[in-house]
Design a protein around this ligand. Structure first.
Ligand SMILES: Nc1ncnc2c1ncn2[C@@H]1O[C@H](COP(=O)(O)OP(=O)(O)OP(=O)(O)O)[C@@H](O)[C@H]1O
Length: 283
């Protein structure tokens, strides 16, 4: 691996995002985002719904292309790759997208084997050993013959995790891996993400809304707001940020720079005054 960049604190980075802009059609989503994903660490991307977090993951994996700006993965310009180049890059990334759907007609074993069958021509006995090792890493070696309909939601998430690490990726991206999990499964999944990151020596990027669990496992937190980076740092630094927007986010405050009410006319105008539609209803 050739890492060609440094973080300000001296840590090396696996992904470098430079002055990235992106929009869907003429609707801007991300504006001038520059960011480094430190090698070997767990980075959390957080922020209000619709802020562009999933879009950022899609830009890292090359499903979207920045316009303008660059995303470098291990020094390679992701947005400049042709289909073959992208395929080779994605082989080095594991992805667990929202609700990480499993193939319902395949056993747990076959779900984890799927990327190996797709991307390699390993002999069956070696493939079996790898799949069982991955399932062992998430505590589900014994569940190999079950169908997704026969396991709990938390277990399904762990199978999806085993599938995401099947090809020994250098970068694992998790999009809301805790969504829909009960508190126990959520804690288990969070600890597993941290443990796998360290045990496999990978780099992890996690998009999550769950503040406590995410802060408990992340080394680096990036807060996206209004299409730009509002703040980044360790969980501790984020908790103590003076930025009102970050404070609202960290405290889960009802109202603040991000408004609870969709913009419209005032309460007085709607309920007290003789607004034309009020007059119509009271007539
Ligand atoms: N393929 C698409 N075409 C058009 N607009 C899109 C597309 N995908 C996402 N968007 C819009 O872009 C904005 C950012 O979406 P994105 O999913 O990246 O946000 P997010 O921060 O991950 O949100 P959430 O936390 O709710 O998952 C949203 O307003 C969304 O509606």
């Amino acid at each position: 691996m050739t890492i060609d960049s440094s973080q300000p604190d001296g840590a090396r980075s696996l992904v470098q995002i430079n002055r990235l802009h992106f929009g869907y059609g003429d609707r801007p989503i991300l504006r001038d985002v520059s960011l480094q994903i430190p090698l070997g660490k767990v980075t959390a991307i957080m922020g209000a719904s619709g802020g562009g977090k999933t879009t950022l993951l899609r830009l890292i994996s090359g499903q979207n292309r920045p316009a303008p700006g660059t995303v470098l993965f291990d020094g390679v310009d992701v947005g400049a790759q042709n289909t073959k180049g992208l395929y080779a890059l994605r082989r080095r990334m594991g992805m667990l997208f929202q609700f990480g759907a499993l193939f319902t007609d395949m056993t747990v074993f076959e779900n984890v084997a799927f990327p190996l069958r797709e991307h390699s021509s390993l002999p069956e006995d070696l493939l079996r050993s790898i799949v069982l090792m991955k399932l062992n890493a998430v505590g589900l070696r014994g569940a190999r013959d079950l169908l997704p309909s026969e396991i709990s939601g938390g277990m399904a998430r762990r199978v999806a995790l085993a599938r995401a690490i099947a090809l020994d990726p250098e970068l694992i991206m998790y999009d809301e891996p805790f969504a829909g999990l009960d508190p126990i499964a959520l804690g288990t999944t969070a600890r597993l993400i941290r443990r796998l990151n360290d045990a496999l020596g990978t780099t992890s990027v996690l998009v999550s809304h769950d503040l406590d669990e995410t802060f408990s496992i992340a080394d680096h937190v990036v807060i996206l707001a209004n299409g730009a980076i509002a703040e980044q740092g360790t969980p501790e630094q984020i908790r103590h940020s003076q930025d009102p927007l970050v404070q609202q986010f960290v405290q889960g405050a009802f109202d603040g720079p991000v408004k609870f009410h969709y913009p419209g006319q005032s309460l007085a105008q709607d309920f007290l005054s003789e607004a034309p539609h009020n007059r119509r209803h009271s007539a």
